[in-house]
Design a binder for this molecule. Sequence first.
Ligand SMILES: [Zn+2]
Length: 436
Amino acid sequence: MQEQKLDAMDKIISLAKRRGFIFPGSDIYGGLANAWDYGPLGVELKNNVKQRWWKTFVTRRADMVGLDAALLMNTKVWQASGHLKEFSDPLVECKACHARFRADQIDIKSPCPDCKKGELTAPKQFNLMLKTFLGPVESEDNVVYFRPETAQGIFVNFKNIADTMRMKLPFGIAQIGKAFRNEITPGNYIFRTREFEQMEIEYFIRPPKDEAEWQTAFEDWRLAILAWCSDLGLKTEEVHELEVAKDELAHYSKRTIDFEYDFPFGRKELFGLAYRTDFDLNNHSLNYTDDNGDKLVPHCIEPSLGVDRSILAALLSAYSEEEIKEGDIRTVLKLPKWLAPIKAGVFPLMKNKPELVAKAKEVFALLSADYTMQYDDNGNVGKRYRRQDEIGTPYCLTIDFDTLGDNTVTVRDRDTMEQQRVLIAELPNFLRTNIK
Ligand SMILES: [Zn+2]
């Protein structure tokens, strides 16, 4: 079973490379460990995830606004937030082969898991923030850190946003952006990388009078995350909520749920939801003045989602192989239609017939104003269908000789493989109705 599941991972990695979704970073120079580049289809997929998230949680809500803060921040931010002191993992090193491990992930009394013989050092705390120097002088005074989370950019802008946008509690601030962590043991493809992209929300509420008050807001966000999982096409049975035990909660959290997904390499954290109380705004000495002129420190609920993990889980859930007839297997990415990198393929039946090519280009121009399309005139139509199935394209539009007479095209559905004729003039409406 385990072997079969890992095989599923290899299939995704191979498809993603072969079809231009995700390439190993710095590939022509032998790569860079755990760095990945999103190719032409990968960037479309990623943009779709980010736009959908933004639309769901910012555009469509009157109580939310967005932010795009700088990656590099004043070091005082990390002092105040506690990251300089606390944001570390326990590190052990093998005295023989010098392999490094996270002490909380292995049995440190046993010999080295790599070489099986070396003794391990005592654990020491290793700060996960990625360091660099600002300006030409490499001195301690010029040290800055790449943000290890987007959240602090939100907290330090709390006052700017509350004042300029005249926000009334409860309200939230959302941000999408890169974050960096110098992980001791990155791995599992795009699951844990040192550079990654987050979609974070800090949702501010009045200091609650009792537990019920914050639990209500927390519950709203719990349901919102579950709805997002379903939006990504994840199957309900693959997503699990882990209520973090009271004695294992981070010091700033009163309640945390880890949303876990059944990855081929095990059940691992996909998203997180935490009630961070007034910890962060207090750290930065920030407050809020309500309509009565009273100053108060809002509490905060944080739904934290990863772009890369959203993509990995969506790809794994969508991947399927179907035997059409004996020995003939088609690979289909059954992505939700809104998520598919290409919304429709446009095929002239034959590439050496100028009138078919002209009509196909007309269809491409009509639809590419609103949708990402792919023009393909290579090989027989059956093969073109399969190529689009493999990258999750919901529809294929074939322009044939009938098109020249009646201005209809054959629309072929990715999932049912059924075909129907649709008027060219009706195509924008057809896609708008069906791609959700
Ligand atoms: Zn070793």
